[in-house]
Ligand binder design. Structure first.
Ligand code: COA
Length: 238
């Protein structure tokens, strides 16, 4: 049987909104509530990342369903997870943005979550390691000396990808989802998540030299899915 394919599109806002025309056309396609949210962002980059996330997800899901990007109903789950609001729809997707980069992951069955983190996005405090990592992860971060932030961000990105796939977000303590990342990332669950299915598949990569990207996919059929990264096609822009 051919492996499941999980597609992840990515783009930087500066590359897609390279003129006022595209931006205005994309804004015009937002739903009224989205337009109101778009207008509320204080920082231009946050506003454009939100907009690109909507454009990207609408196009990717529409393409998978064989529908116009705006002809499928979008709903927000209980804690804000974006979902396709159609009965018996097996398509799942998730979005993330950081430091101008937007990513959208799409799976044709099972759950999918994605996270992207800019390596230079935040000043990370060392205390976060103890707060967010399990003991083995924290020990591994320690072994990375001056590079501890990078190692920590890799764990962080994986943790968020899982918590977004299950729709929980960071309402769950991050040290309850632990990873080993010497090779293919493997998960182990603790605390309130102890006993969760260990068969999830994860992919951890870099986007250029600036971002970490992690994708989490729920187990279906026992085979590891194929993770495919794709630049967002500019012809998908409105
Ligand atoms: C999901 C969450 C981890 C995102 O964190 P972040 O680092 O700020 O943002 P990211 O760039 O990684 O992801 C943002 C995208 O995740 C998606 N998202 C939002 N909530 C989500 C959830 N619960 N599960 C999965 N995906 C979610 C949205 O598409 C969002 O983008 P958008 O707002 O532009 O549509 C964070 O918002 C969270 O923990 N939410 C849950 C909060 C909660 O539990 N609330 C209690 C009910 S009120």
């Amino acid at each position: 049987m051919a492996p499941r394919v999980v597609r992840v599109w990515h783009a930087h806002v500066d590359d897609v909104f390279d003129g006022p025309g595209r931006l205005a056309r994309a804004v015009a396609r937002l739903r009224p509530a989205e337009q109101a949210r778009y207008a509320r962002f204080r920082h231009d980059v946050d506003r454009r990342m939100f907009l690109l996330g909507r454009v990207m997800a609408r196009a990717a899901v529409g393409d998978a369903l064989g529908l116009d990007p705006h002809d499928w109903p979008w709903r927000e789950g209980e804690r804000g997870r974006p979902e396709v609001d159609l009965p018996d729809c097996s398509i799942t997707f998730n979005l993330a943005h950081s430091g101008g980069v937007v990513v959208c992951a799409l799976a044709d069955c099972g759950l999918v979550g994605v996270d992207v983190e800019a390596r230079e996005r935040v000043k990370l405090e060392r205390a976060l390691v103890a707060r967010c990592c399990g003991p083995e992860e924290a020990a591994d971060v320690e072994t990375h000396g001056d590079q501890w932030r990078d190692r920590f961000l890799q764990y962080w990105t994986l943790k968020e990808s899982y918590l977004k796939a299950v729709g929980l977000g960071i309402s769950v303590p991050l040290d309850e989802v632990c990873f080993r990342i010497d090779g293919e990332p493997r998960s182990c669950f603790r605390g309130s998540l102890a006993g969760a299915d260990a068969g999830w598949a994860f992919d951890l990569t870099t986007l250029g030299s600036t971002h970490y990207l992690a994708v989490a996919v729920s187990p279906v059929g026992g085979t590891r899915p194929q993770f495919v990264r794709l630049p967002f096609p500019t012809e998908w822009m409105p």
